[in-house]
Design a protein around this ligand. Sequence first.
Ligand code: GSH
Length: 241
Amino acid sequence: MALELYLDLFSQPCRSVFIFAKKNNIPFEFKKISLFEGGQHAEEFGKINMMRKVPAIRDGDFTLAESVAILLYMAEKFRTPDHWYPADLQTRARVNEYLSWQHTALRMHGSKVFWFKLLIPKALGKEVPKEKMDSALEDLEGSLKMLEEKFLQDRPFIAGEHISLADLVAIVEIMQPVGAGVDVFAERPKLVAWRDRVQAVVGKELFDEAHQSILSAVKVMESLDSSKLQGFKPRIMKLLL
Ligand SMILES: N[C@@H](CCC(=O)N[C@@H](CS)C(=O)NCC(=O)O)C(=O)O
């Protein structure tokens, strides 16, 4: 039985799992969980991931959540090329360092900008207050600066000469605010050059396939029935406090 991947490509961690599986020719069945349709709350999905988040996988009678754990599981099970998760102790530690940092930095800040720019205005029918928006953009700037100055420095990729899971996890997060219309690459030549290298290794066709949904998010949001976002309201209220 092929691996089942439960994904919605609007979600950043789902895109990293999708790209990694496809790029490494890992056979899988794509199980679409539409977050805007509330697919994560379906009874069946609860049996795959009781946290009701995507991505999640099923491999026979084994289920697993959390994108980083899923990426590592696939890398180890399918013995993907070493550069993705290098055996060398210190190179691997560089990858781990980035994977540990990103959850509460680039991921959190990029997601927040996406919610503030697109999701919240649609759900509430009004813009997020300017000071909240400015603060979210400032946090995102801080994370991007850290990516450039601490994690990339003058290396082609985060772990050195070759692409790794760290670069994949980073690029999908960066594309989230881009999907909300924020040009994070403006005046960042180093980030642009890195993105181009990552895209070149992944392959443009696969990169575009994975990002098609998020890059049409502005349009999708325009035509979305806002009542579909009611389930997100409690979290929105907390974010706006
Ligand atoms: N730490 C988790 C985050 C998973 C996550 O937050 N997924 C979001 C989409 S990006 C989700 O499923 N949200 C559904 C919800 O919160 O209702 C990972 O890396 O997999």
